[in-house]
Ligand binder design. Sequence first.
Ligand code: UD1
Length: 426
Amino acid sequence: MHKIRIQGGKALNGDIQVSGAKNAALPLLAASLLTDEELVLCNVPDLSDINTMIKLLTHLGVHVFREGRSTIRLKASNITNTTAIYDLVKQMRAGIGVLGPLLARCGEAKVSSPGGCAIGSRPIDLHIEAMKALGATIELDNGYIVAKAPPKGLKGAEIVFKFVTVMGTENALMAAVLAKGESVIINAAREPEVIDLAKCLVSMGADIEGIGTDKIKVKGKSKLHKAKHTVIADRIEAGTFAMVSAITGGSVRLIGAKLEHLNSVALTLAQVGMQLIEEDLSDGQKALKVQVQSPLKGVDITTKPYPGFPTDLQAQFMALMSVSEGASMIAETIFENRFMHVPELNRMGANITVQGSNALVRGTVCLTGAPVMATDLRASSSLVMAGLAAKGETVIDRVYHLDRGYENLVEKLSRIGADIQRIRDS
Ligand code: UD1
């Protein structure tokens, strides 16, 4: 097992290339199941979650070819298996994303129920309700969801989500594009990753209206066709590096990041004392220059579905608040158990108290390095941030969580001046 060792206290300066978005790439990979023609995805990040999804698709009979580091060609000409096994889905909840496409294309799917995870119970009842609305029958058998479409296939329907679910919306969308007739998804998630999936489906021949709104209309098609699609930049990675810039007192430029995907984050960061300034680069790429005014100020946030402040940046924001002036109240409304980074940050000198779904952060002048334990993906990045800002050495254990969602994190941070290494457990 690997650990990450950081010698903190250095200001980080320079350009960071933002990778493709993990949460966009995962459902896009699953969308390859919807056609027997080739889907080519560019700008796919090299992450362990992506490799798990590729294993799962290969297991289902999809031919997957990697071209260079970030292009993946997928051809599901013949789906040979409709079971997504426990061993793969337990490693990565996004495995549930094959449910809609398999059911729509093959008329059946058996997908292991992902179960709980470190940040909460994370049920999948809304995914199941959506499939039922499209006419599927669902049974639970030995930890598996066994779904069957009616003999003539899924039927277009109104799908009403009682609250916003990102992967639930994606599953409903992928099932509806091959269902007979019209579907309307009400209270749909509006995350940029959902929009990216919808755009790719349109380029595969799907008929979708209302992309980016909470009411998506789909006219089902009997077949989709080949397409080539470039995955959007990772807004969570960009937000993380923007906050790395501020917590270390440096100045970073985020290459490829888009301000339009970070609107509420940018507004909050502006109150903290950080400006994200959009730049057009000579090679046609966009970039965000992060300008920081010290002292950083404590600001309250409440996590919300997009366009609100993302839960996936809550832990990183908490690390930033722990060295800001004044106090900050952080309310987590999406997941019930997403404060596991708090005891670890407190071990580094932060002053954070939790009451239910609220955390009160009282800013301190300085954090101190310590051995700490990563508990989930985004919690891990908050510990990296704290380690970069702290006096002395921090060693982070269980860094496999980081490998799920941050491409080349150690290399990217080293390149902008961090004293950070991946070390083997002795
Ligand atoms: C996705 C993201 C994850 C992010 C989350 C919220 C991917 C691969 N993952 O996860 O990084 O933190 O959105 O932005 O895109 N819920 C139910 N029943 C369901 C589905 C969800 O009760 O059937 C609840 C969840 O427990 C949670 C809330 O709904 O409390 C929102 O979850 P959801 O948007 O579905 O998150 P994911 O799609 O799993």
